[in-house]
Design a protein. Structure first.
Length: 252
């Protein structure tokens, strides 16, 4: 589907369902994990053009997002892993019943461009690649938490601890790999696919893969809850699926 046809389809969807009125245009403040950025950035201008609403979006790491919300910052819509959405709903930071699953993401592997490509076709091959690498990085988000546990399960955590870096919340592993700071990096597929200066090796093999669901939630103190609902409906529409797939994600 071309960009133009996608725009037309989404415009028709919004008009047909009557979820907006240009006379009631709003600024929707969004706080989101960068894991969904590639798909969101492609879809955002289509939503703005079709709805008349304006998006003001801030990108950050999941841990930082949770901290910001607990610290009192208010956004209309928040997009982070579903477990964190549920936790923030239970803390009354996000509105009860507002969780909507957006996309699913697997974990990918990358090396710096020009480096030899290790075999990562199986869990055992990934283990050997980690042991052979001079340095390894993973994120402080859900992918990194899983990888840290995986290394424990593989019984190599102690053996490699001197060469492993966990990037701070909001710092992209792909950028660290591209700079040459580390040889081997793990992060959400969508956060590696479009980074320049790296070689994306592929997703974790099925025997060790882990899928994270990223969901949207409306802030309990949102000033534009109806506009936020319109954005959620747009992002989770069938017509948005091509942009989601292109970003290395699956519809939620």
């Amino acid at each position: 589907m071309t960009y133009r046809s996608l725009a037309c389809s989404l415009a028709f969807l919004l008009t047909l369902t009557g979820i907006y009125s240009r006379a009631e245009s709003a600024e929707i403040k969004v706080l989101s994990s960068a894991a969904v950025k590639e798909a969101y950035v492609e879809l955002a201008p289509l939503f703005e053009k079709s709805s008349g609403h304006k998006l003001s979006t801030v990108w950050d790491g999941t841990a930082n997002i949770v901290k910001r919300l607990r610290g009192g910052e208010v956004f209309d819509l928040v997009i982070i892993p579903s477990a964190d959405i549920d936790r923030l709903i239970s803390e009354a930071k996000l509105a009860s019943g507002s969780r909507t699953d957006f996309v699913k993401s697997g974990i990918g592997i990358a090396v710096r461009a020009g480096m030899p490509k290790p075999d990562v076709s199986s869990g055992e091959a990934v283990k050997n690649a980690v042991l052979a690498a001079k340095s390894v990085a993973y994120s402080s988000g859900p992918s990194g938490n899983y990888i840290a546990g995986l290394f424990q399960k593989m019984a190599i955590a102690e053996q490699i601890k001197g060469k492993v870096t966990q990037t701070p919340s909001g710092v992209q592993v792909g950028e660290v790999v591209a700079r040459g700071d580390v040889d081997l990096g793990f992060q959400q597929v969508s956060e590696l696919l479009h980074v320049k200066g790296i070689e994306y090796l592929g997703p974790l093999p099925n025997d060790i893969q882990h899928i994270t669901t990223f969901s949207a939630g409306i802030h309990a103190a949102s000033k534009e809850p109806e506009a936020a609902k319109a954005l959620i409906k747009f992002l989770t529409s069938q017509e948005a699926a091509p942009s989601i797939h292109k970003a290395g994600l699956e519809p939620g």
